[in-house]
Write a protein that binds this ligand. Sequence first.
Ligand code: AVJ
Length: 322
Amino acid sequence: MNAPKVDILLAADWAASGLVQDVRRGLGSQPRTLPPKWLYDEAGSRLFDEITRLPEYYPTECERTILREAAAEIAATSHATTVVELGSGTSDKTRLLLDAYADAGHLERFVPVDVSEETLREAADMLAARYPTTSVEAVVGDFTLHLGHLARYGRKLIAFLGGTIGNLYVEERAAFLGALADSMADDDELLLGTDLVKEADRLITAYDDPGGVTEAFVKNSLHVLNRELGADFDPDAFSYVPFWDRRMQRMDLRLRAEMPQHVALPGAGIELDLASGEEIRVEISTKFTPEGLRKELEAVGLRVARTWTDPTDSFAVTLARK
Ligand code: AVJ
């Protein structure tokens, strides 16, 4: 069997030192924020997986519908022999794409990139068994830091699915897309999944499911801080506040302190005094229009070759080239 290779690009202290930095910078200043990558420890990855199966959370099914329809065409017109997936998680929907490439007969290598080593190892084993003639070369890495690593693969399609790009702030997104374009050779391709702007009701429901799975996912960030930094957050003292920021066209997911709180985070060497009603932003999820996205891609020298949307126009998958 073709045992998967797993390359670890994250330094042993990546989580420790990165989390400390992010916590000092983000929680220590106003507005208080925490980058969403810290949501994906083992429990968080499991909760996110559960979110993708909620009826209220439409993006996963919409993107799956699109990939089911578009995969054969993408594989048939693509020259790629390597498929890279950024933020690959379980690579669940990606199998539709990999199946199509495998059928088209030119998939030499699959490179899933994710920060979660456990999730990645599990996915890599499953994928290596499913695609016996494809070399699975997993990378434990941070897609905002390790794009340079990808330049070594020629003729590649870089898939960045699920709408994860929506997690980045405007400036971060521009820097990320620029670095992504830099890592691409002239005939490389980008396949980008983005959630689309839509009525606020539908958006809010998708991020505020009645079963509370999303709330548990967002609150898990406090458990991560308690465990990793010896912090003493009381997750029950916070309420979950998701709202649609119309001006910035993004969902803004926050935790609000329901009473004044003093929190020590010894691992980061800081203490916080939170007033009653004070909020911590744990995640943003930006929504796009096809036109806005086209402009952002063009700004970094990428041309849109084709955009697919699902029948409800909820989600888009865009194929772009240099
Ligand atoms: C994984 C970033 C695409 O923004 O919809 C889902 C994360 N957070 N529900 C999203 C998420 C709460 C998700 N992404």
